[in-house]
Design a protein around this ligand. Structure first.
Ligand SMILES: [Cu+2]
Length: 104
């Protein structure tokens, strides 16, 4: 039993070591890229490069979150812990959308 627990801890450590942070920018009232493929454990940093506020939120089953309002020039990050398709929008500009596909 002890060795099983040890192996699980090592695997968890490897997973964390491989987690990546991806960048998604908000520019000219659009998310870029419009679609991003990531892996479980990765995070996405959203960066508002416009001269006005945006927000970032999703009500997808694979990840439901609300980063709130990002004033111009600010960044906020979110980690994805489940596989699936996550549709992200800006609550201020409903036409601003992006899709994050979280693979195992
Ligand atoms: Cu916006």
């Amino acid at each position: 039993m002890k060795s099983v627990l040890f192996a699980a801890l090592i695997l968890a450590g490897l997973n964390a070591a491989h987690a990546e942070e991806h960048l998604a920018v908000q520019r000219a009232r659009a998310f870029a890229p419009a679609e991003l493929k990531i892996r479980v454990g990765d995070s996405v940093r959203f960066s508002n490069e416009d001269a006005f506020s945006h927000s970032v939120l999703s009500s997808s089953e694979a990840k439901s979150f609300d980063l709130g309002t990002l004033p111009k020039g600010t960044q906020r990050s979110v980690t994805f812990d489940k596989t699936g398709v996550v549709d992200v929008i800006c609550g201020i500009h409903p036409n601003m959308k992006m899709r994050i596909v979280v693979a195992p």
